[in-house]
Design a protein around this ligand. Structure first.
Ligand code: COA
Ligand code: AMP
Length: 631
């Protein structure tokens, strides 16, 4: 079937379309009910079908000819370790660790927070939760204690799974003290933690609360998977929004497995038995979907890589891993490739390895700038496939569907809507704009399987953030347009979130933390252009009057504060001290205009601005304090 026919069918007859896709997986029971529709277009797919994601991802393959195929290659240059698990070995480890969870009284619907580095035990933990219907919530290991505390407080886990440490290039990062601090900060009290002791750092255990992972594992009994409903939750994953509190995106089992399996066929073109590598982290949605669940559901082999694209040990590591494991497709963020290109602009390190197994590169997480796209295409001579999606959707919204039909790519475009997604470009009033005009990217309801169905703990929040703005549509928070050939160009967020190295951060949250600093009277945070990470947060700060302090020291204290509250991964380093902030007459800070000035883009003085002079004051301070040439 052509892409056009496939797409048409998915929009005109979604239930039949997705039923056919779902039938490619092994369900425990099915029903005629495919899509249940509720208030405001909230939908649940396969609500009354029964299944188990861990069974589909592991047992099914063990029972159907893949018992001895490698499921995971673990490659960690930072720990100097390589290990692999066949499907049987992984299934057995998961079944046993499920026994550990059972022993702790974990049952269907209980939440389990996972705060771990990129080690196989983290994947085993996720799949074990799925096996008994517990809802996991993985928290990225780079988040500091307060961020972890916010998530613990919201998810209210019965159990936390963690490890003694992570390793960043050559720095050991003790995770356990951060976990202890987070539990102390959280109002909700965690009673049990299971800690994996890594050889790089031995964590101190709390007598009545902490259990040793290996010891519990060694004495556990294997446990089989239980049947859950398609609409039961597999996980909660927190993401930043415009407010200071992250939102817990909910993911249901049935729709997710169906969508992921379909995406491996239609978009990533990965067949059972082939090797797929997503160089992300299990703490982000790309890691959930394309390191863990999708490759395993497809019966492929996934690479779990614990390292960086550069520095571990050099910019040739991507090519080393591709050649060592015969990777067919590599999926990574544009940031990673910008970092590689900076170190090795002529691609000399590529020539050191045989990467003939590589058939395509996939990029997502942030806009793929045309120069990185061109460099990749020329250096690797394989298709470079940009795909646009979000934590909320869990899988691509727009892509070049090479598993169905490969289209000519256009630099800067994620190509076409993926079957299942009816994408419209709307103006502020919710009217469709003419083709080629930029506007808000919205998706007509119902969303296809796999996408967010609520915000954990608050369906009202889900409706108000995503569904109320344009009734009948899901509002993506991204702006963009279709060109005359119907290629989709995603141009960036329309809300106050920024994208740092492919990770979404809320400027509102950074502002709220900075505002707690004793010397700050007022502040605004906007995204500054960064040649590697795309954007980094830049703080414009008005100090309290009458302070006698060293400016460098105070700027350093802002950096320390953000590292302490969010983590080093927010990459806060630049502060501009200003006398006042530009505001409208009603007192709203004109952040978008500030961002344009900072990034040397043309801007119009907002008609409602209270005092236009403030904009030139800001410009002068950016030039002086950040040493930037602005026109
Ligand atoms: N645990 C603890 N700390 C972490 C961490 C983790 N899992 N991940 C990052 N950090 C820390 C880093 O150590 C660094 O700390 P430092 O400022 O003390 O050196 C800081 O957070 C920033 O890290 P990172 O964003 O990785 O920047 P970097 O300068 O060390 O490396 C790149 C630059 C480009 C190599 C790196 O940003 C990268 O690999 N980017 C791609 C990310 C990606 O895949 N994003 C898409 C996810 S879907
Ligand atoms: P996250 O949920 O953290 O993965 O962030 C999702 C956001 O990243 C999207 O809303 C976009 O703003 C941006 N994004 C992700 N992929 C792309 C892409 N291929 N092109 C442009 N922007 C992207």
């Amino acid at each position: 079937m052509s892409y056009k026919e496939e797409y048409k069918k998915s929009i005109e007859n979604p239930e039949q379309f997705w039923q056919e896709k779902a039938n490619k997986l092994e369900w425990f029971s099915t029903s005629n009910n495919i899509l249940s529709k509720y208030d405001k277009g909230i939908c649940h797919w396969f609500e009354n079908w029964t299944m188990n994601t861990s069974h589909m991802a592991l047992d099914f393959h063990v029972n159907n000819g893949r018992a001895n195929q490698v499921a995971i290659y673990y490659d960690s240059p930072v720990r100097n370790t390589k290990r692999s698990y066949t499907y049987t070995e992984l299934r057995d480890a998961v079944a046993k660790f499920t026994g550990v969870l059972k022993e702790q009284g974990i049952e269907k619907g209980d939440r389990v927070v996972i705060y771990m580095p990129m080690i196989p035990e983290a994947v085993i933990a996720m799949l074990s939760c799925a096996r008994i219907g517990a809802i996991h919530s993985v928290v990225f290991g780079g988040f500091a204690a307060p961020e972890l505390a916010i998530r613990i407080n919201d998810a209210k886990p019965k159990l936390v799974l963690s490890a003694s440490c992570g390793v960043e290039v050559n720095k050991v990062i003790p995770y356990k003290p951060l976990l202890d601090k987070a539990i102390r900060r959280s109002k909700y009290k965690v009673n049990k933690c299971i800690i994996y002791q890594c050889k790089e750092y031995n964590a101190k255990m709390l007598k009545d609360r902490d259990l040793d992972w290996q010891r519990e594992f060694d004495k556990a009994q294997a446990v089989d998977s239980i049947a859950v409903k398609g609409s039961d939750l597999l996980y909660i994953l927190y993401t930043s929004g415009t407010t200071a509190t992250p939102k817990g995106i909910t993911r249901e089992n049935g729709g997710y497995v169906t969508a992921l399996k379909y995406s491996m066929d239609a978009i990533y073109n990965i067949n059972p038995g082939e090797i797929f590598w997503s160089a992300s982290d299990i703490g982000w949605v790309v890691g959930h979907s394309y390191i863990v669940y999708a490759p395993l559901l497809q019966g492929a082999t996934t690479v779990l890589y614990e390292g960086k694209p550069i520095m571990t040990p050099d910019a040739g590591v991507f090519w080393r891993v591709i050649s060592e494991y015969n990777v067919k497709s590599l999926f990574a963020a544009p940031t990673a490739f910008r970092a590689v290109r900076k170190e090795d602009p002529k691609g000399d390190l590529i020539k050191k390895y045989d990467i003939s197994s590589l058939k395509a590169i996939f990029v997502a997480g942030e806009r793929l700038d045309p120069s990185t796209y061109n460099w990749l295409k020329e250096s690797l001579q394989v298709p470079v496939i940009d795909n646009w999606w979000q934590t909320e959707t869990g899988w691509p919204i727009a892509a070049n569907p090479i598993g169905i039909e490969e289209f000519q790519t256009k630099a800067g475009s994620a190509t076409f809507p993926v079957p299942g997604y009816s994408i419209k470009i709307l103006d502020e009033e919710g009217e469709e704009v003419e083709s080629t005009k930029q506007g808000n990217i919205a998706i007509k309801l119902p969303l296809p399987p796999g996408c967010v169905t609520s915000v954990w703990g608050s369906e009202d929040k889900f409706k108000s953030v995503y569904l109320d703005k344009f009734p009948g549509y899901y509002s993506s928070g991204d702006g963009g347009y279709f060109d005359k050939d119907n290629y989709l160009f995603v141009m960036g967020r329309t809300d106050d979130t920024i994208n740092v190295a492919g990770h979404r951060f809320s400027t509102g949250e950074i502002e709220e933390i900075l505002s707690g600093h004793e010397h700050i009277a007022e502040c605004a945070v906007v995204g500054g252009y960064d040649e590697i990470k795309g954007q980094i947060p830049v703080g414009f700060i008005v100090l309290k009057t009458g302070l006698e302090i060293n400016i460098d020291d105070i700027k350093q204290s802002f950096i320390d504060l953000i590292r302490e509250y969010i983590g080093a991964v927010a990459c806060y380093k630049d502060t501009v001290i200003v006398d006042r902030l530009p505001k409208t007459r009603s007192g709203k800070i004109v952040r978008k205009t500030m961002q344009k000035i900072l990034n040397n883009e043309s801007y119009a003085v907002p008609a409602t601005i209270d005092d236009p002079l403030v904009l030139s004051e800001i410009k002068t301070q950016i030039k002086k304090q950040l040493n930037k040439q602005l026109i």
